[in-house]
Design a protein around this ligand. Sequence first.
Ligand code: C5P
Length: 219
Amino acid sequence: MTTPRLITVDGPAGAGKGTLSKRLAAHFGYAHLDTGKLYRAVGLNTLAAGGDPATPVDAIAAAEALDSAAIASGGLQNPELAGDTAASAASKVAAIPEVRQVLLTFQRDFASNPPGSSSGAILDGRDTGTVVCPDAPIKFFITASAEERAKRRHKELLDRGEASIYPRVLADMKERDVRDSTRAIAPLKAADDARTIDTSELDADAVFAAALEFIASLS
Ligand code: C5P
């Protein structure tokens, strides 16, 4: 079998694409880029500079100031990136074309030159198989019902000791879905040649097994 060198994994928040991507990366020894973290970093940096994530000049300045070399060597570790403030700011900056353009270059560089000694790359996000790497040989679209995704997110927050109210988590999830799916540029959607896996009724092991089976079927 020819070892795949590029895998894209797209889908809405909380569907399990990050979990699958990390497992595939470990399995194949590929470098993994969580592209959502790039948007989150731009969103948080915009706020840190006193700007508004929905205002293009503010968000573009933050995107241009991202240190891509530091990011490529693992510089997206700030725990605040995982929070809901970052998530909400991210989905606002993500609707600005110039921000997407700056991040596009970074993501394509990562895909064509994965850092370290990795023999391939896995990118996960919203548009990695449609816009960033449309020629990727292996693409997944990982989805689940909004209710199931909100349930997982709610549990994750409670497990972390954070306050969480399920109806609010569900409402935020749906609001972000609408913003991501309806924006004019690079909206969230499955690539025509992506394998869709609905994880509503599957655990992480079953999703991983289904993904490996699909990859094996391509060789
Ligand atoms: O995946 P994550 O929840 O970290 O993404 C945060 C936000 O960043 C998403 O809601 C989306 O608006 C944006 N994003 C994007 N394109 C990507 C990855 C993330 O627009 N490839």
